[in-house]
Write a protein that binds this ligand. Sequence first.
Ligand code: PGA
Length: 230
Amino acid sequence: MKKLILINLKMYLNSQSEVDNYLENIKNEKNHIIIFPQVHYLEKFIKNGFVTGSQNISVYPSGPHTGEISAASIKDLGASYTLIGHSEIRQNKNEDDQINQKIKIALNNNLKVVLCIGEDIESYNQNKTKEIIKNQILKALKDVNEEIIISYEPVWAIGTGNTPTNDEIKDIVNYIKSLFSYNIKVLYGGSVSETNIATLNQIQNLDGFLIGKAGAIPNALKKIIEVTQK
Ligand code: PGA
């Protein structure tokens, strides 16, 4: 079955020419991926027919919040999704408390939510992964009734080249699915690359991948699409 491929471009592309060059290289893949660029490049991807999302949204709906980017403005540009709770943003100490509010604001503005969750290395070593992610889910989804997507991203796997084993991912994905009354889509993220994608793609209960670094490299991305979209 075809898997969802989400590309978190983070701050990898930092000029119009870099974005244009990237777009030129991957434009034929637009039906296979959902792309999360820096917000000021969203329009370029949308104009080229890509389905897009933002990497974050403000916890405030509107008003005097300098430097913030509202869910309403992202939706108005034509984006369809937003990531919420990425671990690189959770490092900011207020983020954990704001995630529930952000999810509600995103859904109110008809953005689809991809909630990122995952344990750090200490919790992994202490076998506390399920406890941690259950708490993250309960806190994030308090009084949220709409369907969302979850991306399971162990903090220790992001950008490190390390990944859990297929069995470990499968076990966590089943566990996450067991916490929901609907058939929730669960993705895996953390060092997915052109070299490990064939192995990771064998995880049966997984609905797709959230990919950072390898997604910013056209040839790596094409290989990932080739393997996952058969
Ligand atoms: P990575 O990032 O693929 O570079 O590890 C994944 C993510 O942060 O979503």
